[in-house]
Design a protein around this ligand. Structure first.
Ligand code: NDP
Ligand code: 8X3
Length: 254
């Protein structure tokens, strides 16, 4: 029987790269996101390439009832989730505290924190019943350092960091691994979303650096997931070589 991975936010970027990586290794997948067309295309492509089963579920992680009902409908066989990758998330806007939009703040907190909690709280009882499982939470370098105009995005990822540590303690007795991954700049649709479709601003984020790719992060997540049962990477910060932390970049490789 194949292992099962549940990947939230699999319609683009890191989540999509994880879906491809885990599919290639023979995992059956539950992939989620809001864009059904992309999920269906991903499913068609992966099923053509790999002998695996895929379930695609469309829901907004901010919607507690939708999360609980869509995941709650999973048949018993699909509840045997070995790896949960809590990846769905976003930054909305990059503004000084006084200028930022409250709606953006709510969207980030509702998605990055509440969404992660809704999904995890639904899946954890199934892992507890099996006394095994691995939860991989997508944090960020923004969880480790607060930067100008990062305010609530940084706060939301700091919450993910704190929750990962809390889950690791509380789930210890159930043999459940908890890993948090904290990437620096990764070139995905993230910046386009953050800057609300402004392609010039999104592209400027990566000017002068060779950023991480979604595949780099997916490979790292896959490595963490593949370690022996007695080994857990708890916390992992990954940046491109031209990035030292949230502030310092060696732009243009000087
Ligand atoms: P993308 O924008 O490429 O992907 C984000 C994914 O999250 C999409 O699949 C999107 O699906 C999903 N998503 C967003 N909001 C919701 C929602 N409300 N409900 C369900 N799904 C949602 O960005 P990345 O791949 O870069 O981002 C993935 C994660 O990595 C995020 O948590 C992000 O904060 C984190 N991260 C990214 C970094 C970067 O530099 N790119 C660095 C550090 C962390 P859909 O729109 O279909 O719902
Ligand atoms: C995304 C990386 O530096 O924009 O989490 O916060 S950063």
């Amino acid at each position: 029987m194949n292992k099962i991975a549940l990947i939230t936010g699999a319609t683009s970027g890191i989540g999509e790269a994880c879906a491809k990586k885990f599919a290639g290794a023979g995992y059956d997948l539950i992939v989620t996101g809001r864009r059904t067309d992309r999920l269906e295309q991903l499913k068609i492509n992966l099923q053509a390439d790999f002998p695996i089963k895929i379930l695609s579920l469309t829901f907004d992680v901010q919607d507690r009832k939708a999360v609980e009902s869509r995941l709650g409908e999973l048949p018993e066989a699909w509840r045997q989730i070995d790896v949960l990758i809590n990846n769905a998330g976003l930054a909305a806007g990059r503004d000084l505290f006084a200028d930022a939009d409250m709606n953006d703040w709510e969207t980030m907190l509702n998605t990055n924190v509440h969404g992660l909690l809704y999904v995890t709280k639904t899946v954890v009882p199934w892992m507890i019943a099996r006394q095994k499982g691995h939860i991989i939470n997508m944090g960020s370098i923004a969880a480790k350092e607060v930067y100008e105009k990062g305010n609530v995005y940084c706060a939301s990822k700091s919450a993910v960091d704190a929750l990962s540590r809390a889950m690791r303690i509380d789930l210890l007795q159930h043999h459940i691994k908890v890993t948090s991954i904290h990437p620096g700049a990764v070139e995905t649709e993230f910046s386009l979303v953050r800057f609300k479709g402004d392609e010039a601003k999104a592209a400027a984020t990566y000017t002068g650096v060779t950023p991480l790719t979604a595949i780099d992060v997916a490979d790292t997540i896959f490595y963490c997931a593949g370690l022996p049962a007695h080994v857990c990477i708890n916390d992992l910060v990954i940046t491109c070589t031209q990035q030292a932390d949230a502030f310092y970049f060696n732009k243009n490789n000087q």
